[in-house]
Ligand binder design. Structure first.
Ligand code: BGC
Length: 386
C-alpha cells in the first residue's frame, strides 16, 4: 500500500513538472495570493459571505427600537436618555418612544418600530402580559427582544432580560425595616403597613415577596402588626405605581386605623408609592412618631424627602449600569456574539427561563446621598436643591 502511494506521488510530481503546477484544489489556496491589483484594492468577491455591503446594519450600526413605559416618572426618562446616548455612541440609530402608561400606545409604538426595520427591540413594558401579539410579529421578523427592567410574560419572543436583582431590592427594604426597628431585640409590637406597585408588573412579585421573606416571620410572631390587615400583595398593589392612588389608599388607612395609634413602618416598594404615603402622612396623621418608609429608585422627589427625614431609605438602582449592560446586549445581538448574562435560573416568563443580566441594587439613606448620588455624578447638588 505504502509503495503504491509513493508511486502515485512520484508520478504526480513528474506530471507537475511537465504541465506546470496549477492549484488542484481551489479550497486549499487562500484568497490572498489571487493577484491583488492596485486598482481594485478592496473589491469584494462573491466568496466573502458577510461583507459590509451585504449586511450594513450588522457591521455599522442599525436601527434599535427602545420602548419605555412612560415619561411621567423620572427613572424612565433617565433610562431612555442613557440608553439612547450609549447606543448612539456605539454607532446605532435609536427610535426611543415613551408609552404614556397606556398599553395600546405602547403596542402601536412597537408595531411601528417593527415596520420601520428595527434590528433589535428593547422594551420596558407597561403591562408585562399585554405584548404577546405584537411580539409574535417581532419573532416572525426575526427581531430579538430584550425585556428591559420588567420581564415580559408569556411570550416566547423574549430573548434576553436586563434588570436589577429585584428580589434583592425587596430583601434590602425588609432588612432595613428589621434593623431600624431592631425587631430581634426590641419588645414591640410595631405597627406596619404595606404598599407595592402595579399588578401587571412582574417585578412586584420579586420586590414584595423578597421583602416579605424578611418581614413575614415577625408578622407571624406578632412583633409586627398590620392594623389594616392588608398584607396580601394584591390588596396592597397600586395601579400604575401612581403616587395619587398610593396617597388615597393611605389617607384611608390612616384615618381608619391610626387616628389614635402610632404607625412605625411602611414597606413601600418604590419611590413613587413612598411619596404617596408621605403625602398622606402630611395630610392625615397626627402622631408625633413618624414611620420609617422604604423606597426604590432614589428619584429626586424621594431623595429630597430623605434629606427632610420624610422617607428613611431608597434602593438605588444605577440606571447608567443597566443602560450600559443593555447596550452590550444589543451590540452582541447585532454582531452575532454572546450577550452578557449572569443569571440563567430566576426569571421564567411562562415560556421558559429567560437568560438575564442582573445589576446590583444598593441601599441609600440620607447619609449616603453625597457619596452614592452626588459624588458618582448621578445628580448635581443643584438637582437636589429646593
Ligand atoms: C421598576 C421600578 C419603578 C417602578 C415604577 C418597576 O418596574 O423596577 O424601579 O419604580 O417600576 O415605575
Amino acid at each position: 500500500m505504502k509503495k503504491l502511494l509513493a508511486l502515485v506521488l512520484v508520478l504526480s510530481l513528474v506530471l507537475c513538472l511537465f504541465v506546470g503546477c496549477q492549484p488542484s484544489t481551489p479550497a486549499e489556496t487562500p484568497t490572498e495570493p489571487a493577484a491583488p491589483t492596485d486598482t481594485e484594492p478592496a473589491a469584494p468577491t462573491d466568496t466573502e459571505p458577510a461583507t459590509p455591503d451585504t449586511e450594513p446594519a450588522a457591521a455599522e450600526g442599525g436601527l434599535v427600537g427602545v420602548a419605555m413605559p412612560t415619561n411621567d416618572l423620572q427613572r424612565w426618562n433617565q433610562d431612555g436618555a442613557n440608553m439612547k446616548a450609549k447606543l448612539e455612541e456605539a454607532g446605532y440609530t435609536v427610535d426611543l418612544q415613551f408609552g404614556a402608561n397606556d398599553i395600546p400606545t405602547q403596542v402601536s409604538q412597537i408595531e411601528n418600530m417593527i415596520s420601520n426595520g428595527c434590528k433589535v427591540l428593547v422594551i420596558a413594558s407597561i403591562d408585562g402580559n399585554s405584548l404577546g401579539t405584537v411580539l409574535a410579529q417581532a419573532k416572525e421578523n426575526k427581531i430579538p427582544v430584550i425585556a428591559y427592567d420588567r420581564l415580559i410574560m408569556n411570550s416566547d419572543a423574549v430573548s434576553y432580560y436586563a434588570t436589577f436583582d429585584n428580589w434583592k431590592v425587596g430583601v434590602k427594604q425588609g432588612e432595613y425595616i428589621r434593623d431600624a426597628l431592631d425587631l430581634d431585640n426590641a419588645a414591640g409590637p410595631f405597627n406596619i403597613e404595606f404598599i407595592t406597585g402595579d399588578p401587571g408588573d412582574n417585578n412586584i412579585n420579586f420586590f414584595f415577596d423578597g421583602a416579605m421573606s424578611i418581614l413575614q416571620p415577625y408578622l407571624d410572631s406578632g412583633k409586627l402588626v398590620c392594623q389594616s390587615g392588608q398584607t396580601a400583595k394584591m390588596d396592597v398593589a397600586t395601579p400604575g405605581w401612581a403616587t395619587d392612588k398610593a396617597q388615597e389608599r393611605f389617607e384611608n388607612i390612616l384615618s381608619t386605623y391610626y387616628a389614635d395609634k402610632q404607625l412605625d413602618a411602611v414597606l413601600a416598594s418604590n419611590d413613587s408609592t413612598a411619596q404617596g404615603v408621605a403625602n398622606a402622612l402630611a395630610s392625615s396623621y397626627t402622631n408625633d412618631v413618624y414611620p420609617i418608609i422604604t423606597g426604590q429608585d432614589c428619584d429626586i422627589a424621594s431623595t429630597k424627602n430623605m434629606m427632610k427625614d420624610l422617607q428613611a431609605m431608597s434602593v438605588f438602582k444605577d440606571t447608567r449600569d443597566l443602560a450600559a449592560k443593555t447596550v452590550e446586549m444589543v451590540d452582541a445581538l447585532m454582531k452575532g456574539t454572546e450577550p452578557p448574562v449572569n443569571d440563567n435560573k430566576t426569571y421564567n416568563n411562562g415560556t421558559g427561563v429567560i437568560p438575564s443580566y442582573l445589576c446590583e441594587p444598593k441601599v441609600c439613606t440620607k447619609d449616603d446621598i453625597q457619596e452614592i448620588l452626588i459624588d458618582s455624578g448621578y445628580y448635581t447638588e443643584k438637582d437636589l436643591a429646593d
